[in-house]
Ligand binder design. Sequence first.
Ligand SMILES: NC(=O)c1ccc[n+]([C@@H]2O[C@H](COP(=O)([O-])OP(=O)(O)OC[C@H]3O[C@@H](n4cnc5c(N)ncnc54)[C@H](O)[C@@H]3O)[C@@H](O)[C@H]2O)c1
Length: 333
Amino acid sequence: MRVFVTGGAGFIGSNFIRYVLESTSDVQVTNYDALTYAGNRANLAEYEEDPRYTFIHGDISDPERVADSIKDHDAIVNFAAESHVDRSITGGTDFMLANVVGAQVLFDAARKAEIGKFLHISTDEVYGSIEEGSFKEGDPLEPNSPYSVSKAGADLLARAFNVTYGYPITVTRTGNNFGPYHFPEKMIPLFTTNLIDGGTVPIYGDGSQVRDWTYVRNNAEAQWLILNEGEPGEVYNVADDNEMTNKELTYRLLELFGLTGEEADARITHVQDRPGHDQRYSVDPTKVHALGWKPRVAFDEALESTVAWFRDHESWWRPLKEAGATQRRGLNA
Ligand SMILES: NC(=O)c1ccc[n+]([C@@H]2O[C@H](COP(=O)([O-])OP(=O)(O)OC[C@H]3O[C@@H](n4cnc5c(N)ncnc54)[C@H](O)[C@@H]3O)[C@@H](O)[C@H]2O)c1
């Protein structure tokens, strides 16, 4: 099987490729990535010489390069995207170009090349916020940030490819991921690296927002299973079922650094809330459970090993922080 993975130099894509190459012996992976600020070939450095792995530097919104590169593949998995909500608030155009136009170009090229399987990676954010209960795959999309709108746009395009062309694109909507190689502008790696440095952690607003934290390795297993066993053209929610407020998560992290009580409180700063900040994301993963997926690594173990990974890989994240990876944190602050 030859799998064409886009955005494989980013956080989830690189974890997905590592999972596939570790758990199979007969799968060839092409990693097609534009190497934006979030892409880093070093995320898969150990596979650079592996004959099963090929890297191509390219943009998913470049029709000629995409058409040329996807030839002879059996499946496509599209992780490539602009992914940081804060950046979409200060500059949404790049998000529309990569996440909507890029998806259109890729879907179209795949359809014309008759690639057998297409898995498009989306997010639980496309549903918008929910006070109680959990969104199911058929629920309406009510995205609230430029990022989630761009992701919803591609989800709807996938729907159109199914209906208009009879070319089935499978979509997965995932909760907030965390784990190794997570770019340090995002909450868990930002807080972890700040704490390694003995610093403080900036919580948006009162920290009452709820997210369903999903370990990236568990997610990689789910995506691989859905690619291979899922019903083409269907939508699948994926989440570990670890809902907690940002404040609760922050205290769990502080505890891993031996900080509790007043010592922990002293490390928290409250910055002005993100505009349009969704209160709660929650998806119902019954459908992917029915395919046979359950999160293998429990939350506490996953968080502990993630913190340990950042402690052990300072050479990976230090240059990113020094280059300003965390600058946008605290919009309006
Ligand atoms: N991180 C999360 O918690 C989360 C949750 C749900 C869904 N998702 C989705 O999962 C996917 C991967 O997210 P991530 O956190 O790994 O993102 P990331 O920002 O870490 O990585 C994105 C990768 O895509 C590449 N890329 C961006 N634009 C491109 C383009 N036009 N052409 C080719 N490559 C391009 C970047 O270079 C980078 O390697 C995205 O589609 C995102 O929307 C992420």
